[in-house]
Ligand binder design. Structure first.
Ligand SMILES: C[S@@+](CC[C@H](N)C(=O)[O-])C[C@H]1O[C@@H](n2cnc3c(N)ncnc32)[C@H](O)[C@@H]1O
Length: 369
């Protein structure tokens, strides 16, 4: 019976209609990414069926219609667990003797054209083992798709993505400029700064790349600014703030890195981050305390409603099962509280590449009262 249902369902999906919204995510977070997509589909009044594999999740239009409108209506920046957002065709099973013809055939039949082709693999060990194969096929596929008119010099900035699921399985997706990650696999690889006191330092650096547009760095992450870092020890996040020339209240009972303290830009206070209050309004608040999301959010709400900082970046640790639901509930409550208090702010959240069982939230106050 079960097999029959699958067969029935499969028969609705055409090989050449992009009925699937496909996102990449960290392995282990597929259910969260799927729940997120299903939430948006429900909001858009579209019936979908969800699928997951290691490192990716998707929803497919139950009627087999194109999913383009739904994918377009949800800005990539609004997605939390998705590293990339694509409209996709059904996965292809390839013959090992001739992988390219089936790919080119599906592209032509779908009528797709694009300016570039990216070969990608899930962010898993199996995915890594497919990188060589994908590399070997890159040039021959480009030549073939150029000849057939799929790959063009001008095609509205569209990009063809090939997600290699195994040596003989690939799923073709399309991304659109302004609504996608511009990073391969949606992954921002950063070099670990050797003098930083902890690897956590990369989480704050990545958060800035993610949430603060590059042309605003000089104004928003400026020398002489004042910041607080709650749960600062040993100092990876404080180190980033100090690198930008800021003065930092580092709140933690634990010891701070000696070289960082020697900069003279850090005031280390052994206090409880949940009750400490700043002596004056600060430019930045950052917080990496491991505690319940509800407790961290209540503390952030207090800071933001009282306008103790202009901008904040904090982590919500998510050891629970239903992470998407937890984040959705928590952020909804924060946004509601800010509105009630007449605080005009933007709130963004993302599961960063350097995050593990946590997501990173960014809040910026928009008025300067
Ligand atoms: C994940 S670590 C922070 C790492 C830091 N961001 C870095 O880059 O080096 C969490 C820190 O929060 C501190 N912490 C836990 N509860 C705290 C509280 N109530 N107030 C202040 N710090 C707290 C712990 O002592 C620990 O050093």
């Amino acid at each position: 019976m079960h097999g029959h249902l699958i067969l029935e369902w499969g028969s609705l999906v055409s090989q050449t209609v992009p009925a699937t919204w496909l996102v990449y995510c960290r392995a282990g977070f597929e259910r969260d990414a799927q729940a997120e997509l299903e939430h948006h589909a429900e909001q858009g009044g579209i019936c979908v069926k969800g699928h997951t594999g290691e490192g990716w999740a998707s929803v497919t239009h139950i009627n087999g219609d194109t999913i383009n409108l739904l994918q377009r209506d949800v800005p990539f920046a609004q997605l939390i667990f998705a590293r990339q957002s694509l409209v996709a065709l059904p996965a292809l099973t390839l013959s090992r003797e001739d992988r390219l013809s089936a790919i080119a055939g599906q592209v032509s039949e779908a009528g797709w054209n694009f300016e570039s082709i990216w070969h990608e693999t899930p962010d898993t060990n199996e995915g890594k083992s497919l990188v060589r194969l994908a590399k070997a096929l890159t040039r021959p596929l480009e030549i073939m798709l150029k000849k057939r008119g799929g790959l063009r010099r001008k095609a509205g900035g569209r990009r063809l993505h090939l997600l290699w699921l195994s040596g003989d399985q690939v799923q073709l997706g399309m991304s659109f400029p302004g609504n996608r990650s511009e990073l391969s696999g949606g992954i921002r690889r950063l070099r670990f700064p050797s003098r930083a006191p902890s690897r956590s330092t990369l989480k704050l650096e990545e958060a800035w790349h993610e949430f603060v547009p590059r042309d605003e760095w000089d104004a928003c992450l400026a020398e002489g600014m004042q910041a607080a870092d709650l749960g600062a020890a040993p100092g990876g996040w404080t180190w980033q703030l100090v690198q930008r020339g800021m003065y930092v209240y580092a709140i933690d009972n634990g010891p701070m890195d000696k070289a960082l303290m020697a900069t003279g830009q850090v005031d280390h206070l052994a206090a409880d981050g949940f009750v400490w209050e700043p002596p004056q309004r600060l430019d930045w608040l950052v917080c990496d305390i491991v505690d319940k999301p509800s407790r961290v959010l209540a503390m952030m709400e207090r800071w933001l409603v009282r306008r103790w900082c202009r901008e904040a970046i904090f982590n919500l640790k998510l050891p629970m099962k239903q992470r998407w639901q937890e984040v959705q509930r928590g952020l909804g409550a924060l946004e509601h509280a800010l509105k009630q208090a007449d605080v005009n702010a933007t709130v963004a959240c993302r599961h960063l590449y350097h995050d593990r069982e946590e997501v990173t939230v960014h809040v910026r106050l928009l008025d300067n009262r």
